[in-house]
Design a protein around this ligand. Structure first.
Ligand SMILES: NC(=O)C1=CN([C@@H]2O[C@H](COP(=O)(O)OP(=O)(O)OC[C@H]3O[C@@H](n4cnc5c(N)ncnc54)[C@H](O)[C@@H]3O)[C@@H](O)[C@H]2O)C=CC1
Ligand SMILES: O=C([O-])CC(=O)C(=O)O
Length: 255
């Protein structure tokens, strides 16, 4: 496995350091701005050093859209956290065609949430309803459409600022609703998964909740994610899930 990383923001920096500790230090990083010290920086998949087998996207929807199709078409597997980008049907189609043309795979990291295994299994037997609720402290919604409907700095009680389908959530909140996309992709799909987004001044971290019902029975899952230092929007677990996905791809026995 020879890796490259797209994006060196909060998650990218964590992932690069973790891969180096694992003995899988990336051969290069694809960036828009300045590169982290000590790593060759390039601007495109075409400029990557030869022999890269996997590209790890930590750059958000724009990074996946800009570099995902080129990597897949070149036969390079892509591991991504930008699951919400797949709510754009055109991009989803381009990625899947590129993967087919290049004989490569797009791996979706589980990100800041869990219980996707139970949802996937439940979907195989038929799901009736899946609801996702994302709750973050007000500053976790800074720079999102929540700012148009709420005064985030003055909030004294929890406030719902979005209710709709997972597709609408993923497209409108590219930096905050990848988890809604993960739930949708594992379960009932983008249009039939309900999503609700809440700014909560009492939330001790990024809280993600899934409620699902189907032929399997029902479950409720909740996680309280500690934010990454440097970005209150992103949970540390999201960065950790990238390393977990790399380990899963390398393993002979997979969970
Ligand atoms: N699946 C999940 O559970 C989660 C997914 N995410 C996704 O991960 C993204 C990154 O999160 P953070 O690292 O916290 O954000 P960040 O804002 O700290 O870093 C993003 C980095 O990507 C770079 N970038 C953007 N477009 C690029 C491009 N076309 N090519 C190369 N680099 C590019 C930016 O310059 C920046 O350095 C989020 O925007 C979100 O979409 C974040 C948290 C959880
Ligand atoms: O990191 C999180 O808690 C979730 C997040 O931003 C996303 O789903 O895009």
């Amino acid at each position: 496995m020879k890796l490259a990383v797209i994006g060196a923001g909060s998650i990218g920096a964590w992932v690069i350091a973790a891969l180096e500790r694992e003995g899988l230090g990336p051969a290069a990083v694809i960036v828009r701005g300045t590169a982290p010290v000590g790593l060759p920086a390039v601007r495109s998949v075409a400029a990557l050093p030869p022999g890269v087998t996997h590209v790890v996207d930590c750059a958000g929807h724009a990074g996946l859209a800009a570099h995902g199709p080129a990597a897949l078409e070149a036969g390079i597997d892509v591991i991504t956290l930008s699951l919400g980008a797949l709510a754009d049907a055109g991009l989803a189609r381009d990625l899947s065609r590129a993967a087919e043309a290049g004989g490569a795979r797009l791996h979706l990291a589980s990100g800041a949430i869990g219980a996707l295994d139970a949802l996937r299994a439940g979907a195989a037997g038929g799901l009736r309803s899946v609801r996702y609720t994302g709750r973050k402290p007000p500053m976790g919604w800074a720079g999102s459409p929540a700012e148009a409907v709420l005064d985030l700095s003055a909030l004294t009680a929890p406030a719902i600022h979005f209710e709709g389908s997972a597709r609408q959530a993923a497209l409108a909140y590219p930096k905050n609703a990848n988890v809604a996309a993960a739930v949708a992709l594992a379960g009932l799909g983008f249009d039939d998964t309900q999503a609700r987004l809440v700014a909560d001044p009492g939330a001790p971290g990024n809280i993600h909740e899934v409620e699902a019902e189907g032929a399997f029975g029902s479950f409720r899952f909740e996680i309280m994610g500690a934010p990454l230092p440097g970005n209150p929007r992103s949970s540390a677990l999201a960065a950790m899930s990238v390393l977990a996905e790399v380990r899963r791809i390398r393993a002979r026995v997979t969970t």
